[in-house]
Design a protein around this ligand. Sequence first.
Ligand SMILES: Nc1ncnc2c1ncn2[C@@H]1O[C@H](COP(=O)(O)OP(=O)(O)OP(=O)(O)O)[C@@H](O)[C@H]1O
Ligand SMILES: [Mg+2]
Length: 311
Amino acid sequence: MARIHTITLNPAIDRILYLDKYRPEVTNRLKDSTDGLGGKGTHVSINLSQMGVPSEALGIAYGENGRKIIELLSQDLIDVNFQYFPEQESRVNYLIIEDDGKCTCLSSKGIQLSDSDIDSFIEFIAPGIGTGDYLVFSGDASNCPDPYVYNKIMRAFEARDLKVFMDASGDTLKKCIEEHPYLIKPNQDELSYLCGRELHTLEDIKEGIKSLEPYDIPVIAVSLGNEGSLVYADGTFYRVISPEVNVNNTIGCGDCFLAGLIEGIYRGRSIEDTLAHAAAVSSACAESVLSVGFDAGRAEELIKDVEIIKL
Ligand SMILES: Nc1ncnc2c1ncn2[C@@H]1O[C@H](COP(=O)(O)OP(=O)(O)OP(=O)(O)O)[C@@H](O)[C@H]1O
Ligand SMILES: [Mg+2]
């Protein structure tokens, strides 16, 4: 059986600050605050674990924050293999969540990784990656100045015939499609950037996906927030309409949607079933106040409300 490996080159502590309403230029009093795990790859591992799917979380962590990141990530179905350095500190991000569900993220840069840091990371992860395994890149590795950083990792494992799942944006996404990932999950803005023009309507998005044909990507799942998604899978387009939910926090819906897609493919579900599950878990994630995870019972309930139209 293939193993799933998630990669988080810039993990973080997400410090979540709860406010009734955020007001600039005055003292804001916090209602509550809590520390969670940041870095999209780690979120994919946690979402997969909630779906009963094991994964290996790979990454790089530093100092006390890094220790805390590893501790927050450690649970039964997650095999945590982080390169750990006691000196320096992994970053802290700040997430402001207001009573009406509005979220603002203040993202820190994180420790910059050099070419030789990436070479050493590749050497560190290589023994655990088998032929035909799944490799999940989530987030932009904003701490790596080189937009080809994911290409470098993909190329290092070219001979192992991996299934690569890519949730990146900007130039990182633009470059990495040259390596033929198995699946990409851009949102509307990310797809627009990738295609070099604003894509507004569903028809625009479909055209945008078609323009990526030369890159030979079997699955292109374009997530559209509360509008659901438009997914191209093995030659067919699917319009997925998400159920209407009481939104509390949409940060992390993309990671949850991606985890749902990976789960379906890993378990060999049909494409329709995979899309219905992914839409249900990610809309349950929008209902949750947390930025990672979802209520499994609620997701189960929501599946019947997902509409899938073959285009
Ligand atoms: N308000 C919502 N109501 C229902 N479902 C939602 C809502 N927002 C997001 N989703 C679900 O989550 C999926 C992914 O969301 P979205 O398109 O916002 O991802 P994203 O922009 O990558 O988010 P992020 O990167 O912040 O995690 C959507 O395709 C949809 O299924
Ligand atoms: Mg996203």
